[in-house]
Design a protein around this ligand. Structure first.
Ligand code: AMP
Ligand code: MG
Length: 346
């Protein structure tokens, strides 16, 4: 299949181009488009055949449900049994934005979308390219991240091209994604609202609006989150073996030892940096994670892909930040590292 690539200026959206993308979706095709979290791989959520194509293109296990994206709050009503009052509060505060809200699904949502669950996750993205494409399609859009299952999520059109060229109808290039991590997923069908996947909307932001909020096992720490089916799979993994080093003030000595050992074992070693200078550690490849936790979150998936391109086969990621967004960052990078973590008091 030929994949058409089109370029958007997010500051000045070409509505004719958005219509072209929307028409493909409405006819049952697949279009990858940017959102504020990561690039999504969209299909008409009301068209079972179209939805099946998403699972094929990604190699996604069929028991991993899809998030349904809408352009307007009023489009939610038809997709769910009812909208709980607290879900309305969330929409008012955080939509459009990086949070997916789980509610009881209506009979419009097929088992392919919900992976057999009685619930559906719904989000209204804020990225203007995403909004215009969804609006132009005129239907709700099921869209998981536009990567091959198991690989780091795409935060640039080039990442989507790497994984999806020849497998989908169109890639809409709208530049880099702002947040760079997938949406917060919150279950509003539980007695107490429960975060199943941490993201850009953090636990304290949610508690400020909802009062008590639970964090499912794994959504506040690095462990697994069994209630969100997608979280049980191998995830975000580059080819390189990633190791985390949790440190307090200065990781240089501990890293230098780890790097020396890995080099002695014949590895090409990379370091994913934070705001410190790790040059004295002797690694061969350095990739800049960012100067702040927000920058690090936005760069993470791109950096993980870049280590493969630069030939590092072992990567160390020193971490010390505890900013709220780091809950989501650690959730992703611990998975990429298959929970290989070393702690130092240094
Ligand atoms: P992705 O769109 O690839 O980032 O994955 C969507 C994430 O949302 C996965 O972790 C899914 O398991 C989760 N998810 C989507 N719908 C539901 C649902 N109805 N119940 C629980 N988790 C869901
Ligand atoms: Mg994904």
């Amino acid at each position: 299949m030929e994949t058409k690539e089109i370029k958007f200026n997010p500051e000045n959206i070409d509505l004719a181009l958005a219509k072209e993308a929307g028409d493909i979706l409405a006819r049952g095709g697949l279009v990858a488009f940017p959102t504020e979290t990561v690039y999504g791989l969209g299909a008409n959520a009301l068209d079972e055949e179209a939805v099946k194509k998403i699972f094929l293109a990604k190699g996604r296990p069929s028991d991993n449900p899809l998030i349904v994206h809408v352009a307007d709050e009023k489009d939610v009503e038809a997709l769910v049994e009812e909208i709980p009052e607290k879900a309305k509060l969330l929409m008012r505060h955080f939509w459009p934005g990086p949070i997916s809200i789980i509610m009881k699904k209506s009979n419009k949502i097929s088992d392919y979308v919900s992976a057999g669950l009685q619930t559906v996750a719904i989000r209204m993205p804020s990225n203007p390219v995403a909004r215009e494409i969804i609006r132009a399609a005129g239907v709700p859009i099921a869209a998981p991240s536009a990567n091959t299952s198991g690989k780091p999520s795409p935060t640039e059109a080039a990442h989507v091209r790497e994984d999806m060229l020849g497998k989908i109808d169109m890639i809409a290039d709208g530049g880099s994604c702002d947040v760079g991590l997938e949406s917060t997923v919150i279950d509003m069908t539980a007695d107490v609202p429960t975060v199943l996947r941490p993201g850009g909307i953090t636990l304290d932001m949610l508690e400020a609006v909802l009062g008590e909020v639970h964090a499912a096992k794994g959504s506040a720490t690095q462990d697994e989150a069994p209630k969100s089916p997608g979280m049980k799979y191998k995830h975000y993994a580059p080819k390189a073996e990633v190791h985390i080093l949790e440190y307090k003030t200065d990781a240089t000595n501990a890293l230098a030892k780890l790097v020396a050992q890995a080099k002695q074992d014949g590895h090409t070693v990379g370091i994913l940096t934070d705001d410190k200078d790790y040059m004295p550690c002797g690694a061969q490849v350095y990739i800049n994670g960012g100067k702040t936790a927000e920058e690090y979150a936005a760069n993470l998936f791109d950096a993980l892909r870049a280590f493969d391109a630069k030939g590092a086969d072992v990567v160390y990621a020193p971490l010390r930040w505890q900013d709220p967004i780091m809950v989501a960052v650690r959730n992703r990078i611990y998975k990429a590292a298959a929970n290989r973590v070393t702690y130092t008091e240094e």
